[in-house]
Write a protein that binds this ligand. Structure first.
Ligand code: NAP
Length: 484
């Protein structure tokens, strides 16, 4: 594979929350890798901004440490860290105060792309947008990158959209969902729309059902306070799983352009039926041995927040009428796996007899681990003994397929940040998409609240509550295995 790095013009990038966890783990190491790939012209500037009292050198030391800890740096790259640090600076800024803002504005270079990454809590988004405007930084070439969560319901998302719109045009607002930056997710579009093979079959006539699973082995970590107010529905389904569902279900856009793609995604969300409460299972992980329960982790002994959701969803349109989409996500499950599986219908008639083993074709798209795709096909079991059928995977793991160049595949954050610099919004959510997703999610959560719904317990290290298995069994189907 020849790696092709698209050159960009020099840019200024300000990371609000530049001392925080996300900046240290993802954004800064990602930028360093792009620098090593030759995608950061000499004059580009990266400025960390937060309240901590540090100077440029103090921040550079922190960035160096972050790159070493989280960057997966090779020996060759290690030698480039000093060059990279030459582009780094720091400004002490309080999002809600006035200190530091003039100094920050003075660091901006005239007439070049400037991106402002809001890597801070969502309560500060409005204050940042307002100050960028009042200190003259919201130029025509300015872009803002907004992290999740984008609101906690329709009302708050609308209010946030309205606040940002006071200072920035929609074309300047990049709502980030890092799932969309994953190689496989983009490959999903390449597979669907770059081949003639799949698209004719991509409908209710040939697809039995679709499963989307995002299983995590981790618990709430240090985010217990935030998570307990949010839960799996808000934290994962409304954004990440919804985005994956949209890409799987959408009609072919006329062009691979931001609004063409986002128009099609929006139509999917608007075509979602309200979910029957019998088709949703909420779960909460329970202690096993020395593994604490969710309630212990979030220090809320009576919490009824869900750490797991499984649901059956219908997209009511011509293409998908009658085809269920099963979504499932949870914490502290038996394995870490993000996968979309398109399960095709059985062949209409078996010429080999019913007991010879018939298998459905399954196209599975793995987001993590081992990003790649597998197509399960039925073949004859080799050897004597008559015609016995067996299912084998046609496997394309990207790391294998791309060989030594696989490392050159940027991770989701790096790719998306470079898209911001290039001004490409295709893989970012538009304001109306986010609102439509909340409009669909809100009644589900309100229903739980009004019914006083209590999540079903599941063991740490299991595949989720028994009821989630039943959700599928009742339909004569089963979940794909979550491997440990
Ligand atoms: P964090 O570790 O708590 O960092 C927050 C950052 O904001 C710090 O740099 C903090 O620095 C700065 N900050 C706080 N108050 C400020 C103020 N008034 N003015 C200026 N800076 C201020 O949080 P995080 O985990 O990095 O998350 C940042 C955002 O990304 C959140 O919206 C989160 O939901 C989202 N996110 C995070 C992750 C992740 O993996 N961490 C994943 C997805 C989304 P000072 O204290 O020095 O001011």
């Amino acid at each position: 594979m020849v790696s092709r790095v698209i050159p960009v013009d020099p840019f200024d990038l300000v990371i609000f929350g530049g001392t925080g966890d996300l900046a240290r783990r993802k954004i800064l190491p990602g930028l360093f890798r792009r620098f090593c790939a030759g995608q950061m012209p000499d004059e580009s500037r990266i400025i960390g901004a937060a309240r901590s009292e540090i100077d440029d050198d103090g921040y550079r030391a922190m960035v160096r440490e972050s790159i070493r800890e989280f960057g997966g740096v090779s020996e060759e790259q290690e030698a480039s860290i000093d060059d990279f640090l030459g582009r780094i600076g720091y400004e002490q800024v309080d999002a809600t105060g006035e200190a530091g803002w003039e100094a920050l504005a003075a660091r901006m270079t005239e007439d070049r792309v400037r991106a402002f990454y809001f890597s801070v809590g969502p309560s500060l988004f409005g204050a940042l947008a307002e100050r960028l405007h009042s200190y003259g930084m919201a130029s025509a070439k300015a872009r803002i990158v907004v992290e999740k969560p984008f609101g906690h319901d329709l009302g708050s998302a609308r209010a946030l959209n309205a606040t940002l719109a006071q200072h920035f045009d929609e074309e300047q607002i990049y709502r980030i969902d890092h799932y969309l930056g994953k190689e496989t997710v983009q490959n999903l579009m390449a597979v669907r729309f770059g081949n003639t093979l799949f698209e004719p079959l991509w409908n209710a006539q040939y697809v039995d059902h679709i499963q989307i699973t995002v299983a995590e082995t981790v618990g709430v970590g240090g985010r217990g306070g935030y998570y307990d107010k949010s839960g799996a529905m808000r934290d994962m389904v409304q954004n990440h799983l919804m985005q994956l569902l949209c890409l799987i279900a959408m009609e072919p856009p006329a062009r691979f352009e931001p609004n063409a793609v986002r128009d099609e995604k929006l139509k999917v969300i608007r075509a979602l039926d309200p979910v029957d409460p019998h088709h949703i299972v909420r779960g909460q992980y329970d202690a096993v041995g020395s593994e604490p329960s969710y309630r212990t982790d979030v220090e809320a002994p009576r919490s009824t927040t869900e750490s797991f959701v499984a649901m059956r969803v219908h997209v009511s349109n011509w293409r998908w009428a009658g085809t269920p989409f099963y979504l499932r996500t949870g914490k502290k499950l038996r394995g870490r796996a993000s996968e979309i599986a398109v399960v095709f219908k059985d062949a209409p008639h078996s010429i080999f007899g019913v007991d010879k083993g018939r298998h459905a074709n399954v196209l599975s798209i793995r987001l993590q681990p081992n990003e790649g795709m597998t197509l399960d096909v039925t073949i004859k079991e080799p050897g004597p003994g008559g015609m016995r059928l067996v299912e084998v995977p046609l496997d394309m793991t990207f790391a294998d397929a791309l060989g030594p160049d696989a490392e050159a595949v940027p991770d989701a954050y790096e790719r998306l940040i470079m898209d911001v610099i290039r001004g490409n919004q295709t893989l970012f959510m538009r304001g109306d998409e986010v609102e439509a997703a909340w409009a669909w999610t809100d009644p589900i959560i309100e229903g739980w609240q009004s019914r006083g719904d209590v999540p079903k317990l599941y063991d740490v290290g299991s595949s989720g509550p028994e009821d989630a298995l039943m959700l599928m069994h009742r339909d004569g189907r089963k979940w794909r295995e979550i491997r440990a």
